[in-house]
Design a protein around this ligand. Structure first.
Ligand SMILES: Cc1cc2nc3c(=O)[nH]c(=O)nc-3n(C[C@H](O)[C@H](O)[C@H](O)COP(=O)(O)O)c2cc1C
Length: 178
């Protein structure tokens, strides 16, 4: 049976989405992890306002090329901080660049408490795919048992999808020729 390859890819300006990405990768039994790296300095107050303006104008940015072939993965789990009711610009850029290579997708986002559903809809539109699972964590919930329980439930849903994808690939491999 062919193993389902999973990539957890995320952007994080201040560490929240990174923490959730690491927890998800552990829950998925060591999925590969890639941090989306921006060439723009978004640190400090200047970086905050730059990010704010970029989000309002739905601007893309220039990312550091990871050299990874996204099409090699059966499932990509994308992690996103919410910026001004929208996906952060680095994730918007990454999705536009890779949408055509993605086979299946799941989303997780971190936020201050607003715009969750709007951002999930925007992510589905940008990727052109309905997610196999999605989860959100508010910044004040980070590290709490409630957040961990939701992340574990998300990982369960993803693993269920992975099992059925494995079964489908087994059937395809065994299908008689002709
Ligand atoms: C420029 C900017 C705009 C933000 N806008 C929102 C927002 O509209 N709604 C919200 O709930 N949180 C908003 N936040 C808070 C972040 O979504 C939240 O802190 C998130 O967890 C940050 O993730 P990170 O530490 O991985 O960068 C904003 C943060 C930044 C930097």
């Amino acid at each position: 049976m062919r193993e389902i390859r999973t990539l957890v890819v995320y952007y994080s300006r201040s560490g929240h989405t990174r923490a959730v990405a690491e927890e998800i990768a552990r829950a998925l039994g060591g999925a590969e992890v890639e941090e989306i790296r921006d060439t723009v300095d978004r640190s400090g107050l200047r970086g905050y306002w730059r990010s704010f303006r970029d989000a309002i104008r739905k601007r893309t940015t220039t990312l550091v090329n990871s050299g990874r072939n996204v099409g090699d993965y059966d499932l990509v789990v994308v992690g996103v901080p919410v910026w001004v009711g929208a996906p952060s610009s680095p994730v918007r850029t990454w999705l536009i660049a890779h949408a055509g290579e993605i086979h299946a997708i799941a989303f997780f986002l971190t936020h201050g408490g607003s715009a969750r559903d709007r951002v999930f809809r925007a992510l589905a539109a940008l990727s052109g795919r309905s997610p196999v699972a999605e989860v959100s964590v508010r910044e004040r919930e980070l590290g709490t048992p409630e957040a961990s329980a939701r992340i574990a439930a998300f990982a369960d849903e993803v693993r269920l999808w992975m099992s059925s994808a494995e079964l489908r690939s087994m059937k395809t491999e065994k299908a008689p020729v002709g």
